[in-house]
Ligand binder design. Sequence first.
Ligand SMILES: Cc1cc2nc3c(=O)[nH]c(=O)nc-3n(C[C@H](O)[C@H](O)[C@H](O)COP(=O)(O)OP(=O)(O)OC[C@H]3O[C@@H](n4cnc5c(N)ncnc54)[C@H](O)[C@@H]3O)c2cc1C
Ligand SMILES: Cc1ncc(C[n+]2csc(CCOP(=O)(O)OP(=O)(O)O)c2C)c(N)n1
Ligand SMILES: [Mg+2]
Length: 592
Amino acid sequence: MQLSGAQILVQSLKAEGVEYVFGYPGGAVLEIYDALFQFNKLKHILVRHEQAAVHAADAYSRTSGKVGVALVTSGPGATNAVTGIATAYSDSIPMVIITGQVGTPAIGTDAFQEVDTVGITRPCVKHNFLVTNVNELAPTIKKAFQIAASGRPGPVVVDVPKDVTQAMAKFSYPQEDIFIRSYQPVTQGHTGQIKKAIQILASAKRPLVYFGGGVVLGNAHQELVDLVRLTGMPCTGTLMGLGAYPSSDRQYLGMLGMHGTYEANLAMQNADVVLAVGARFDDRVISVPSKFLDKPKKIIHVDVDPSSIAKRVKVDVPIVGDVKKVLSEMICLWKKQELLLNPAALEKWWETLETWRGRNCLWFECEDELIKPQYVVKKLAEVTNNSAIITSDVGQHQMFAAQYYPFERPRQWLNSGGLGTMGVGLPYAIGAKLAAPDQDVFCITGEGSIQMNIQELSTCFQYKLPINIVTLNNGYLGMVRQWQELYYSNRESETYFDSLPDFVKLTEAYGHIGIRVDKKSDVEGALREAVKQKDRLVFLNFITDKKQNVFPMVGNGKGLDEMVLPPHMRETPMDSDVNDVKDRDYDIRSVP
Ligand SMILES: Cc1cc2nc3c(=O)[nH]c(=O)nc-3n(C[C@H](O)[C@H](O)[C@H](O)COP(=O)(O)OP(=O)(O)OC[C@H]3O[C@@H](n4cnc5c(N)ncnc54)[C@H](O)[C@@H]3O)c2cc1C
Ligand SMILES: Cc1ncc(C[n+]2csc(CCOP(=O)(O)OP(=O)(O)O)c2C)c(N)n1
Ligand SMILES: [Mg+2]
């Protein structure tokens, strides 16, 4: 049967099992929207800005594990989508973004709404395609999904000229994966390397598992938990790994990095063997590589993307492979060889870690009625039994959410880690709620960030999405103000908002419930009210301490053991001494 390119596109998405398309129409995609209208089997979410379409599709993917799909028109539609695409690229999120393009004869003629989408997006996509022949459309969509979801995931752009959507062709969708000669991601780790890795691990005095977003993306949380429990090792995770290991577990030391816990950062600095799984030694995590390597350590690095390995630090045992497969093999070999960490060494290591943990670095002063942002997040965790899906924007509120909400499962925490894109919070909540309609979804945001995509309150009303927005309103671009306070002699250059909207009225104008909270004693009641409203969106505007800072903090150029500590820890000096066993009296078996 002959179909138009637009119909082929829509049928191809259906064949890929796509449930939602997040998008915004325009001239170049009129045919596609017409095909969507006539076919009527794909659910389309009409956002209010293309950036939000891509963020919402990205969040749908982060929540469901499936490929997120966005559809935008040519020119400004495509350029508006770029921030969303770059955001997904930075965090390795599998997505397919379909962009309309002017007709092929008009390409390169400065046609109306023409931009070089392939050129503009090249540095921020895993791959992109310009489809110039209708017969190539279905196989290209197949390849786009394949590339987006395999290996190190990422966004793929498919640019479709208008005449291609109008041309007719026979439709058949490839059943099997298409062989792509230049793209063959390795997923099976090298067994020799894995054997070497567990031997080094078993000989450690101060081992540490450092996990990241790759464990979430690779659905390897169970394997991670199994390995950590089997060995008795401590573990720490990145901002992107939160939830991959249950936060309430004793073996978890909390997040590490710029705003990581005291115990996690000192553990990372002092470990003698670090097993990195699905984490990329980001500058916000280890800061300066030379300082991180000040204390000698052996590094085992498991990553599906070979270019991630040894990018920032020299690695002793590189293992290219899918984290789920590699961890399974490690567990199997560890058991088979009946390996054991030196109990005396492990006990000493844990003693040290507990001393560090005992300093309670996340304690905060909260005596009077002034609302501390940390208090709101802690109460939210209590009210939602640590089980809500939390999306956040970018800033201090993001760090407070990461530090004070104990994430217990993967895909419970959605934020922009790599690009740090303000404005993701609300569209992320939209995508998350559509992917997981039975779960409570809270967006923790700042009064700065929420205004970057606040128009999406209208989308929430149209689709009756009862998400909850927790605005930690400090009146400042707080994270920038914090840096100005600490490193620019407190010169508050353009970080104070002299004018802010009345968020309650604004929310009401969009058809939702708005509540302003000024006193600590009203925080819990307001949060409970939000949870109770199962059918309405509730926007909570918490007026918080204006000048609360996020601590601990590893400043630019500093090592993980040079944290700026929170005020209550400043009287006692940093205690990074490690109480170690002196000699190893335990021989590990030699690995065949
Ligand atoms: C204001 C702000 C403050 C921040 N502060 C901190 C902080 O204090 N601490 C912190 O940790 N981060 C912080 N970040 C986030 C930071 O910028 C990085 O985004 C984050 O640290 C990267 O996390 P990751 O190393 O887990 O890598 P990700 O970006 O999640 O990358 C995942 C890695 O896993 C690999 N991978 C993917 N799938 C698989 C698979 N199936 N198998 C094997 N490997 C796979 C990928 O190739 C990649 O190397 C902050 C961000 C902002 C905006
Ligand atoms: C799109 C974008 N512009 C600028 C920044 C730089 N930036 C990082 S955090 C921040 C302040 C965020 O303010 P707010 O949303 O009020 O959160 P707070 O830090 O006060 O909690 C800014 C401007 C950014 N991350 N993203
Ligand atoms: Mg603010």
